[in-house]
Design a protein around this ligand. Structure first.
Ligand code: NAI
Length: 695
């Protein structure tokens, strides 16, 4: 599919046709250029309309061609826009639904733009760590003015076309019920003889005292963009519209684009963009696998997780019933949900109407009979196999045939849970992250007997709930927690060898993590890990752990919920204050172990924590627990606060170079607690082959 050409009276119509959003791939660009040439050669044609088939004018670059030589093959996007801009017959862009990135740049190269209301207009390149590369930064300010264009380009956020009515971006905005093509052809007929042809490039950008405005923008954008260089480069490109001639501005934009595309930040953002799409694909579950309708949901347990999970359903417009054992627990859970929504309402992030709607979709119950007709039930009761068994046996009795029986367990064996029912094909793990109404990650645990239809439905549901669904096989801790265990072990060993919590947290936060391991432990509750370790001391005595975290728990310091953990906290303040007793306990523990404390560099801290993730991640890929390394990156980017500008642990390891990562791991394997550093065979293999986890 590419672009279709036909003539209506004296107007040639070129319809971009490359589903799903008419991405400007090579075939489409070529057909569009040929269309313009054909129209110019046909004396009967007086004007040209360019529009898009189906659900978009154009969504911009064809993501299928990203990172492939086809993206640059002639005619590239520049050549297409030049062909349009240099046309001797007027070219009209007829815009609807989606007009983004290269699509908007193409429209800006046309002499006229007419549009339907409700079209999404954007230059979203900044979200991939880039500046628009085909004149967008030079042409948009010429039609919208410096300020509005700068906001759009720096944020990448779509703006509805009707909000831009009255600007020079649009020559006409049609009524919502208009026939776009007929109206555009009529418009083209009216302007067929107008000369000289208007061109966006000829417009002069006027902004009184533009230097002051640009400097203010630079300061603001710099303060807001963290480690990402692209937003500031967007400002510089927009600045070029007032400081340079059009051709020089174009050249400047091109140079910035080429420089940015090489940066690790842009590579990481593009990796995350593709990984997110990839994660929803499961090789043996084809895209046309039937999915079950989810119109009604139930949640078992109104605790920390159950409440948040119920909110997800309500936010997506799906009615949900929460089931508890006792009225008191139910009331408490429902009150917490209400309070959460009230806070959002107070902050102005929710309208009263939406508040009423969402609260109204959540009901409570003490009776299993009332949830039997739900299409999905998510169990979020205590993390004990005995309790899960009781619940799943009951669910097997009461749920209608075809209902999905999901468990939010974070550590238990989903296959065993499925075995409590006579329908293991309908059982799946849905591992939400806390707070479940906020965190984007949803680990979807595929049991040995989970049906393909159930997996496909759960993946589709994750999208509906606005989550990033990542499929994991069954193992202790699944993808995310199994890896974090190795990271936490290293954090503990670092304390024994010479670090204090603050140094570790600061080093990791400087690397870009949202929170270091000890602040994270205090937030989540140190007792959770304590409980898991106690089980492991019995089940897997060969695994070594630092005892510092146990000693901390023995001091009753479980974290923020007990007023202190690794750190102290003050009421109304989330700041972590080092605690002398805790630090003394850490130093004493080293002495008790006979370990001489040493100065440990920030680099060593980061390497040990991050490579612990990488090494375990490699094992997880090799065992088939994760389908691909990029799924692991998505788990860490969306569930564990791994820095986005580093693309996830596996991508980061690729950036460092796997032989370098392996070299460090081999060195650590010869050191203290070297047993924790057995290199993953996949890492050894890929390093030897000169490959990365992501190819
Ligand atoms: P919680 O203790 O806050 O809540 C559990 C709720 O289940 C309580 O309200 C309890 O009354 C109720 N309950 C217990 N047995 C029940 C039964 N037979 N029928 C109906 N209700 C029953 O626990 P939390 O933290 O919400 O954890 C729930 C599940 O989610 C566990 O499997 C846990 O491992 C998992 N999980 C927890 C995360 C967390 O950060 N807290 C993160 C991800 C998963």
């Amino acid at each position: 599919m590419s672009a279709e050409y036909h003539v209506q009276g004296s107007v040639a119509v070129i319809t971009l046709d490359n589903p799903p959003v008419n991405g400007l791939g090579h075939a489409t660009r070529l057909a569009a250029v040929q269309g313009v040439q054909k129209a110019l050669a046909d004396d009967a044609v007086k004007a040209i309309v360019i529009t898009g088939a189906g659900k978009a004018f154009s969504g911009g670059a064809d993501i299928k061609e990203f990172n492939s030589p086809k993206a640059l093959a002639e005619p590239n996007l520049h050549s297409l826009i030049r062909t349009v801009e240099e046309s001797t017959k007027p070219v009209v862009a007829a815009i609807h639904t989606v007009c983004m990135g290269g699509g908007l740049e193409l429209a800006l190269g046309c002499n006229y733009r007419v549009a339907m209301p409700g079209a999404q207009i954007a230059l979203p390149e900044v979200k991939l760590g880039l500046v628009p590369g085909a004149g967008g930064t030079q042409r948009l300010p010429r039609v919208l003015g410096l300020e509005m264009a700068l906001n759009m380009i720096v944020s990448g956020t779509p703006v509805a076309s009707e909000k831009l009515k009255g600007t020079a971006l649009f020559d006409e905005m049609f009524a919502p019920d208009a026939d776009l093509l007929a109206s555009a052809v009529a418009f083209a007929g009216k302007v067929a003889d107008a000369r000289p042809l208007p061109r966006v490039r000829d417009i002069k950008v006027d902004y009184p005292n533009h230097e002051a405005f640009l400097q203010f923008s630079r300061n603001t954008v710099k303060a807001m963009s963290g480690p990402f260089p692209a937003p500031l480069e967007c400002v510089e490109c927009v600045a070029a519209t007032v400081t340079m001639k059009f051709e020089d501005g174009l050249k400047f934009e091109r140079e910035r684009f080429i420089a940015l595309i090489q940066t690790p930040e842009s590579k990481s953002l593009r990796h995350a963009f593709f990984s997110e799409r990839q994660a929803s694909k499961v090789p043996d579950v084809p895209a046309d696998t039937p999915v079950r309708a989810i119109r009604k949901a139930a949640v078992i347990g109104a605790g920390t997780m159950g409440g948040g999970i119920a909110m997800n359903f309500a936010n997506a417009g799906i009615p949900v019933t929460i089931l508890e054992m006792k009225q008191e627990a139910l009331d408490k859970g429902l009150a917490t949900i209400r309070k959460n929504y009230e806070n959002t309402l107070k902050k102005g992030k929710l309208t009263q109407e939406k508040f009423d709607q969402r609260v109204g979709l959540i009901t409570g119950s003490l009776s299993y009979e009332e949830i039997g007709d739900a299409d999905i039930v998510v169990e979020a009761v205590f993390e004990e196999m005995g309790v899960k068994e009781t619940v799943f046996r009951k669910l097997d009795e009461v749920m209608k045939p075809g209902a999905i029986l999901a468990s939010n367990t974070s550590t238990l064996d989903v296959d065993q849970i499925a075995s409590f029912t006579k329908r293991p094909q309908d059982v799946v793990g849905t591992h939400f992250f806390s707070p479940a109404n906020v965190m984007k990650l949803l680990e979807i645990v595929r049991g040995a007997k989970t049906g393909k239809e159930v997996l496909a439905t759960t993946l589709a549901l994750s999208k509906k709930l606005k989550k990033t669904g990542v499929v994991s096989g069954v193992c202790d801790g699944f993808i995310g927690n199994r890896m974090i265990e190795q990271y936490s072990r290293q954090a503990g060993f670092l304390l024994e060898e010479g670090c204090l919590p603050e140094q570790v947290d600061k080093a990791v936060e400087k690397f870009g993590f949202a929170m270091g391991p000890f602040r994270m432990g205090d937030l989540a509750g140190n007792d959770i890990g304590w409980y898991i370790r106690k089980r492991r001391y019995v089940e897997s005595p060969e695994i070594t752990y630092s005892k510092t975290a146990d000693l901390l728990c023995e001091m009753g310091r479980f974290g923020q919920k007990t007023g202190g953990g690794w750190y102290d906290y003050k009421a109304g303040d989330r700041k972590a204050y080092p605690n002398e007793d805790v630090n003394a306990m850490i130093v004493k523990h080293s002495a008790d172990l006979g370990v001489e404390r040493r100065k440990i560099s920030d680099q060593e801290i980061v390497e040990r924590l991050v490579y612990a993730l990488v090494n375990e991640g490699a094992k997880i890929v090799e065992e088939g627990i994760a389908l691909r390394a990029s799924d692991i990156d998505m788990v860490y980017l969306t569930g564990y606060g791994f820095p986005l500008h580093r693309g996830g642990p596996m991508f980061y390891a690729d950036t460092v170079g796997l032989p370098n990562v392996l070299g460090t791991i081999e060195r650590l394997a010869r050191g203290r607690h070297g047993d924790a550093w057995k290199p993953a065979p996949l890492l050894v293999k890929l390093a030897a082959e000169g490959k990365g986890f992501n190819g």
